[in-house]
Design a protein around this ligand. Structure first.
Ligand SMILES: [Zn+2]
Ligand SMILES: [Zn+2]
Length: 170
């Protein structure tokens, strides 16, 4: 019996020390979690009331507030949101800049001579250098050939858009 009492008397200060250490660690962890929450919520919203709410949640509910904050916080950071908005803007612009046939409104490539859907003439080839030029140009910007007698109304079918592979144009 005496031996047990002596053992307890010896171990009690150690237990107390351990408890103090654990308590101090828990307080530090709690303070760190509040700081982390403050930084995290500031990256996710500029709304001060939401920031105050998140920080006080973690401050007033040590450790229990963190999972709540993780569930309730805005899913995207402001940087991610900004990036997403930029991406969407670029996508939208890409779509807007797609060429469409003026006749049938279906998508075409910028260098098409004919609309493949409705066969409307979009551009023509220069009589002299055979480069693709605008229907309204009165002079070829590539070779200088001028169309003084008005723009010829030759159908573009007369010129193959893509010469067959392996056959050189004469
Ligand atoms: Zn068309
Ligand atoms: Zn030309």
């Amino acid at each position: 019996m005496e031996a047990i009492q002596e053992f307890l008397a010896n171990i009690l200060p150690l237990v107390r020390l351990g408890a103090i250490f654990l308590g101090a660690y828990a307080v530090l962890l709690w303070a760190a979690s509040v700081l982390w929450t403050y930084r995290d919520i500031r990256r996710r919203t500029e709304d001060v009331s939401v920031q105050v709410l998140a920080v006080s949640l973690v401050l007033l509910l040590p450790f229990l507030g963190i999972p709540l904050h993780l569930i309730l916080r805005p899913p995207q950071t402001l940087a991610e949101k900004y990036e997403r908005a930029l991406e969407e803007e670029f996508l939208r612009r890409d779509l807007e800049e797609q060429f469409v046939c003026p006749e049938c409104q279906r998508p075409i490539e910028s260098d098409f001579i004919l609309c493949p859907h409705c066969h409307t003439q979009l551009r023509r080839r220069c009589d002299s250098c055979h480069k693709v030029i605008d229907l309204t140009w009165r002079i070829c910007p590539y070779c200088g050939h001028s169309y003084t007698g008005g723009v010829p109304t030759v159908r573009a079918e007369a010129y193959p858009a893509v010469p067959p592979v392996g056959v050189s144009r004469q």
